[in-house]
Design a protein around this ligand. Structure first.
Ligand SMILES: Cc1ncc(COP(=O)(O)O)c(C=O)c1O
Ligand SMILES: [Zn+2]
Length: 440
């Protein structure tokens, strides 16, 4: 699959010596805590202070080359925004990720008291979750760095995304997951030919083990040693929201939080668009959602603390968000507070109800993280953080088929009856049998 287009930067070799890219747009990595620069490479912690590394751009260079017209002339997908991503050029091989629909959700909006509710349906990515965005960027870099094996520590969705991306570039993948993960997510990763390694313990146990493995082996762990690049992929959600609104920012964005990487990168994405003059800088409130059974970030927000108390044993149906010790938790709290947003803790029953509502009012079947998002929008509306006439974008980040039982959590199974939808009894293949049941 080649996707090279006329007029676009070609994949250029990155300069291993200096770590810079030929057009000077990417300055390298930089420590988020102390600001120390590091060369662009597969590293993720600052050698001086152990702070997290992130990608640094020269936004003046980006401003001089990237315009709305340039972006709009490009094909759909995340590489429309190439100059704001940490890759030298559009990768030669990769899945078609991004450009998911931004839908007007009038019926759901009415049900939760928001007049202008939009849904960013990011379940429509190649492996049915937004993680394809992050993985696409991480894997592009892994290929540039010459890594020969891909890996990840996953709460579920990352497993499938990493496995599929590895398949496309022809590399083996090892995905590490909690052993009691939803079976659909394990099967999904296996189907792409990955080695799935179930680990006894929580996601945080899986992550700890993977940190050790990443130290010992030269594998590309998409969310560990490739994390600075992985995290950048989530910015494309912000770019697409702004472009989808006609190069404007919404009043409110509602998104789920596990590590907090995606939530915080939404703000970074909006900031960068404003900095290069593609949108006007208008205030956006950031509302996050976590499951009540694993809500270290929501708890810190509620108590006004900037210390995240880890949750040792998550207890929730929302497995995709069950990170007890989130890497970007503090930044997420800071973003919600400083923007006038909030972080809501959602009980599993409310998550299940929200999944049913999105399905029954909008025809969108989302996984548990999407249920948390809709319920968080409703909770923030109730508390006045979101106003009735705000323009609100809710991110549905994964597909309901990945968590097939979640929608009925907390409900009694209801058999179908005439006029009541549900599962009908099995009947013989005869018209009279059907009529007899219907008229009973
Ligand atoms: C469907 C879904 N939504 C949201 C998230 C949250 O991502 P982050 O770790 O960037 O907060 C995840 C993380 O696994 C996820 O699977
Ligand atoms: Zn540092």
């Amino acid at each position: 699959m080649t996707t090279e287009l006329l007029g676009e930067p070609r994949a250029a070799q990155h300069d291993v010596q200096t770590g810079t890219l030929p057009d000077g747009r990417i300055l390298g990595l930089r420590c988020r805590s102390c600001g120390r620069p590091e060369p662009l490479g597969p590293s993720y912690v600052c050698a001086a202070c152990f702070g997290p590394l992130e990608v640094a751009y020269d936004l003046d260079v980006v401003r001089s080359t990237l315009s709305r017209a340039v972006i709009e002339a490009r094909p759909a997908g995340i590489w429309r925004y190439l100059e704001l991503l940490p890759v030298a050029g559009r990768p030669a091989r990769g899945l078609p990720v991004g450009s998911s629909p931004l839908l007007s959700a009038e019926r759901l909006g009415e049900a939760i008291g928001i007049e202008r509710l939009l849904i960013k349906d990011d379940s429509r990515n190649p492996t049915l979750s937004f993680k394809d965005r992050a993985v696409a960027v991480a894997v592009a870099r892994a290929v540039d760095f010459g890594m020969d094996t891909l890996a990840c520590a996953s709460t579920g969705n990352l497993a499938g995304a990493t496995a599929a991306a590895a398949a496309v570039v022809g590399l083996p993948a090892y995905v590490f997951v909690p052993a009691d993960l939803e079976p659909a997510k394990i099967e999904h990763a296996l189907a792409y030919g990955a080695t799935v390694v179930p680990i006894q313990g929580t996601y945080d146990d899986v992550n700890r083990l993977c940190l050790e493995i990443a130290d010992e082996r030269a594998w590309g762990f998409v969310n560990i040693n490739l994390r600075p690049f992985y995290a950048e992929g989530s910015k494309t959600l912000a770019f697409e929201i702004a472009e989808g609104l006609g190069w404007r920012l919404p009043d409110v964005v509602v998104a789920p939080i596990a590590s907090g990487a995606m939530f915080t990168k939404l703000a970074r994405g909006f900031d960068e668009l404003a900095a290069i003059g593609l949108v006007k800088r208008t205030p956006v409130r950031f509302v996050g959602g976590q499951a009540a059974g694993c809500s270290p970030v929501a708890s810190a927000f509620r108590s006004g603390s900037d210390i995240i108390e880890p949750v040792r044993t998550p207890d929730t149906i929302v497995r995709s968000l069950a990170i007890g010790n989130p890497a970007e938790g503090r930044q997420a709290v800071e973003l919600a507070s400083s923007s006038g947003g909030s972080i809501e803790a959602i009980p599993d029953e409310a998550t299940a109800q929200a999944i049913r509502r999105a399905a029954r009012l909008e025809g969108i079947y989302t996984e548990t993280a999407g249920g948390v998002t809709i319920a968080a929008a409703e909770a923030a509306r109730r508390r006045g953080i979101i106003r009735r006439d705000d323009e609100v974008v809710a991110l549905l980040t994964g597909n309901g088929l990945k968590t097939p039982e979640a929608f009925r959590f907390g409900t009694q199974p209801r058999p179908a009856e005439p006029g009541v939808a549900g599962l009908a009894p099995t009947i013989p293949a005869s018209f009279s049998a059907f009529e007899a049941w219907l008229d009973r």
